[in-house]
Design a protein around this ligand. Structure first.
Ligand code: ZN
Length: 87
């Protein structure tokens, strides 16, 4: 069973969480229209480690940043959404 360590609740089954999107595709209100279109519709789908936005939908309902390998699905980190991601 795949576990995700929610910063609020601790380790929980992946089935309690919902994947939202890769962090690189998150848009802000200050971006230009071409940048918005690129981030929303033409983003890459890399194979390997990726930072993603997830939600603990069937738990605390909190948002978190998850570092997941898109090939092996191994999760190496789960951070509060307001915490800076390591580079
Ligand atoms: Zn939680």
């Amino acid at each position: 069973m795949l576990l995700i360590a929610c910063p609020n609740c601790g380790p929980r089954a992946q089935a309690e969480f919902t994947f939202e999107r890769p962090l690189a595709s998150i848009v802000t209100p200050t971006e230009t229209l071409p940048d918005l279109i690129h981030k929303l519709f033409t983003r890459e789908n890399p194979r390997g480690p990726s930072w993603e936005l997830w939600r603990h939908t069937y738990g605390c309902a909190g948002w978190l940043k998850v570092h997941r390998d898109t090939h092996s699905h191994q999760i190496s980190a789960a951070l509060p959404v307001d915490m800076e991601t390591p580079s």
